[in-house]
Design a protein around this ligand. Sequence first.
Ligand SMILES: [Zn+2]
Length: 247
Amino acid sequence: MFTTVTIPAAPTFLSSMASLKSSLASSSVNGISGRSGEVHVIVGPMFAGKTTALLRRIKLEDDSGRSVAMVKSSKDTRYAVDSVVSHDGVKFPCWALPNLTSFRHKFGVDAYDELDVIGIDEAQFFEDLYDFCCDAADKDGKTIIVAGLDGDFMRRSFGSVLDIIPLADTVTKLTARCELCGKRAFFTLRKTEETQTELVAGSDVYMPVCRQHYVDGQAVIEAARGIIQSQKVPNDNHMKAKQVSTF
Ligand SMILES: [Zn+2]
C-alpha cells in the first residue's frame, strides 16, 4: 500500500526563511543586544595547570582594557571575597560563591552590566553552570572562560562541566605529568580509600597519572579498599557491642 504525501509549497518556506534572515541581520531581536558573547572551556586532570591557564587568559583580557571578574566555588573557603592563586604564584582577586546564580546580585547589577569577561575556576562544583553560561554569553554578551575537572577520580563526568561543551566556542584539554613515569597524564588517581566524589584535597590525596598507571593504580587501590572494608565490619560490630554493654 502506497500513499501520496503532499509536500507544502516550497516558495512559502523559502520566503519565511528570507524574512528570518533579514530580521536576524537587523540589530536586535526580542531586546537582545547585538553584543556577542563567548564560552571557552579548559578541562583536564588535577595538576594540569588549568588555573594557571585561566589566570593567564584573564590577565591578558585585563591588560587589553576589558573589565574582568573571577569566580570560584566557596566549597573550600569561608570568605566571600578571596583570591585565585596558581602554582606559579600568579594571583587574582576572586569571588568565592556557593552558586553562580548569586553572582550578578553579589557583584552588583550595574557593575555586572559593565563586565566584559568572567572567569570561573573549579567549575565542577557549580550545579547551575549551564544556565549561567547560557544566559551570560547568549543574553548578556559576556565572554566566559571556564576551568574545571572533566572527570572525577573514577573517570566519571564531574558536575556540569561536560554539559557546557555544546555551548562552547573552544575546548582545551590540558594534561599533567604522570607522577610515576613522567609521561603525559590524563587522569586523577585518588591514593586513599575514601569513595565520595567530592573530596577537596591536594597532592596528599590525589596524583596525576597516565592511562597505564591509572589502570594499575586503580586495581591496587580497589584491592586495598576491599581489605579495609572487610576489616571494618568486625571492628564496627565490636564497637557497637562495647557501647551496648556500657549502657
Ligand atoms: Zn605513568
